[in-house]
Design a protein around this ligand. Sequence first.
Ligand code: DX5
Ligand code: ZN
Length: 214
Amino acid sequence: MVKISPSVLTADFLNLDNDIKQLENAGVDMLHLDVMDGIFVPNISFGVPIIKSIRKHTSLPLDVHLMIDRPHRYIEQFAQVSDILGFHFEAGSDNEATLKKIRNLGCKSCITIKPCTKAQDVFNLLDYCDMVLVMSVEPGFGGQKFMPMALEKLTALKNECERRNLKIDLEVDGGINAQTAPLAVNSGANVLVAGNYIFSADDMAQRVREIKSF
Ligand code: DX5
Ligand code: ZN
């Protein structure tokens, strides 16, 4: 069954409590929280205090996507407010140590790759990952167009996980809608992040049902 992780990046934060209740009722599986530092990506979003507040208002698992430079500096802080904690392969130094640390702190670990990074680059890290996030847009902004090159990476990761009998979630993030969701799922994704597609709708529950059905 496909899991849906709505990204609140384009939500109205003063109305977030209401939106989260609607998403819970719509049967989403987690919430995707995009943390941006203005250095690793050309945008700034939010950090620990906002995630702490969101945590008080929902029991949904929090899927935190760090788009920050040298993420190992902040793992302890974010682990306290995350269920799944992911960071970028391209941003860190000792990625294996960071993934192990995330697990030791009680979170599920996730390595994330930008469009310029090959799936094969993370094969040697899969033993330490509970999830791999394949970006299907350049990280930084919601509402961008899906890049089909993410599909072959998902398939490569799925095949490698099967070959090594690893139970790892494969998440895809960026430009997911009713056209691109089935392509991603057929290529191996089992967790779909969707921001704009859900939050731009009058009926968010209908959009969730739609992309969860693939
Ligand atoms: C982009 C973020 C995404 C973004 C997805 O850097 O990682 O999570 O919010 O938004 P959509 O679904 O609108 O592409
Ligand atoms: Zn994201």
